[in-house]
Design a binder for this molecule. Structure first.
Ligand code: E4P
Length: 220
């Protein structure tokens, strides 16, 4: 399972990339707006920090405009992945860009029917938003189960399931259990994955017992 980080905060990405756990990055216009910075600068810096796919979303809503923005964004670096909304125009742009060899992340996917269309359009990734479905009383992880099963029925579909709108570690564990290819994690959730109170108290006890021995372990 690949881990992407879901943020446009370059300092956060630098910090998390140093763990060696980050395989890619997803941004969106809301995350970019939160930084108050120039979007192209942000994408350029992120692409230099993380060699894996870095999703940069277009903001045009018709196919021609999407394609023009995508062609400008993909010039930034070879790992730029063009993020397109799951609309008829987005799917048309997806087909064209995929045929040109550009990585595409089709975003704002909320149904299995939409995910089938993204695969047919040749998307590299489809991003079902589990948290936003949970927020309205639906079952986000049930959608992941459906898409993983459907894509598994068709070996010709090469689109990877990228679990997005992740809110907590259980989403990550469930996504892994279902065999999703990628999860994109807010930095806070990535840090939460490591945290366990029994790890903290266990380590404190080991160190206290070790201190009583008065010994040291040499460092090479
Ligand atoms: C995915 O690529 C999106 O950026 C993201 O996961 C949206 O999550 P949200 O529902 O927390 O805004």
């Amino acid at each position: 399972m690949k881990f992407f980080v879901d943020t446009a905060d370059v300092a956060e990405i630098r910090d998390l990339a140093a763990t060696g756990l980050v395989d890619g990055v997803t941004t969106n216009p809301s995350l970019a707006a939160k930084t108050g910075r120039d979007f192209l600068d942000i994408v350029t810096e992120i692409c230099a920090l993380v060699p894996g796919p870095v999703s940069a979303e277009v903001v045009a809503t018709e196919t021609d405009g999407m394609l023009r923005q995508a062609r400008a964004l993909r010039k930034i670096a070879p790992n730029v992945t063009i993020k397109l909304p799951l609309t008829p125009d987005g799917l048309r742009a997806c087909k064209t860009l995929s045929d040109e060899g550009t990585m595409v992340n089709v975003t704002l996917c909320f149904s299995a029917a939409q995910a089938i269309l993204a695969a047919k359009a040749g998307a590299t990734f489809v991003s079902p938003f589990v948290g936003r479905l949970d927020d309205i009383g639906h079952d986000g992880m049930a959608l992941i189960a459906d898409i993983v099963q459907i894509y598994g029925n068709y070996p010709a579909f090469s689109t990877e399931v990228l679990v997005a709108s992740v809110r907590h570690p259980i989403h990550v564990v469930e996504a892994a259990r279902l065999g999703a290819d990628v999860v994109t994690l807010p930095p806070k959730v990535l840090r939460q994955l490591c945290a366990h109170p029994l790890t903290d108290t266990g380590l404190a006890a080991f160190l206290a017992d070790w201190a009583k021995t008065g010994q040291t372990i040499p460092e090479a």
